[in-house]
Ligand binder design. Sequence first.
Ligand code: ADE
Ligand code: ZN
Length: 346
Amino acid sequence: MNPAKPVSADRLPELLRKMPKAELHIHIEGSLEPELIFALAQRNGVAIPYRSVDELRSAYAFTNLQSFLDIYYAGASVLLKEQDFYDMARAYLLRAAQDNVVHAELFFDPQTHTARGVGMDTVINGLHRACVDAGAELGLSATLILCFLRHLSEEEAFETLEQALPYRDKFIGVGLDSGEVGNPPEKFARVFARCRELGFHLVAHAGEEGPPAYVWTALDLLKVERVDHGVQSSKDAALMRRLAQDRIPLTVCPLSNLKLCVFPDLASHNLRTLLDAGLVATVNSDDPAYFGGYMNDNFTQTFAAVDLNAGHAYTLARNSFEASFIGAPARQALIQRLDETFETFQ
Ligand code: ADE
Ligand code: ZN
């Protein structure tokens, strides 16, 4: 049952901020704020081609995914030591807790770092320690998902998997990110099959800029459990039926889609269409330092622009728990917290 009572438009932002939620699509390197990029550059003696935080921030004007990725990979070049990875994840988790995020599944891109000579142990141990501390200190459970860069080869993905396997107890799944068009899911069919045998959860970016065909192959060849973005699915009625019937969650990122010009404005976003078709859609921030908003900004700005009400807010928060990779008892406890928030909100 959806326990949401009607809530007036002026109270809706407060409800959106207060409701407990899970974030399932956050690239931890995309949470590096310009201030932290500058601080780490100084701490590590890394040169960056910007004179000030403001100059860096003013470079954040993107026309598509690739124009963003070029700056995003450059920003990550300041990360060298385990403590840098810890500090980055710690800053995100503190910020997420302020938004009443109670569970987060963090993507990380090891190849961005190992290509610069940073050890896999440095990356994973720093991020994992921040996740453990968040559980103990912030009451926020956090886990890691290793993403393969799809603009690189499948052979390089296999090498990355080998390097990461000694730390396999520190990440729960694998994903696929970076430039989508021209790098279809099928390029990674064998490495995903291996990860499946190893018992990892499987997700992939598909249908962000790429066609519905990429969502089909993510499902049928990679056998992913969730699709990251997936917003292009609304162009294919049969795909929409498949996603709804199999309850395959989509991790939708409205402000990312706006900043990367996937939709011309938030009012044109198809989140409502996805929900109306019965899809398990969720709201997420993707790369919040670059796209102008963390979780609650994504919720409040999207609800202000699209015809969505308290019932949709409940559905989206509940979907975030249903779509998460937490165990059943923890999931039930979080859904109960969500129900209590809605029942007592007045
Ligand atoms: N890496 C970081 N953000 C991404 C996005 N939105 N799409 C693909 N790869 C990414
Ligand atoms: Zn993403």
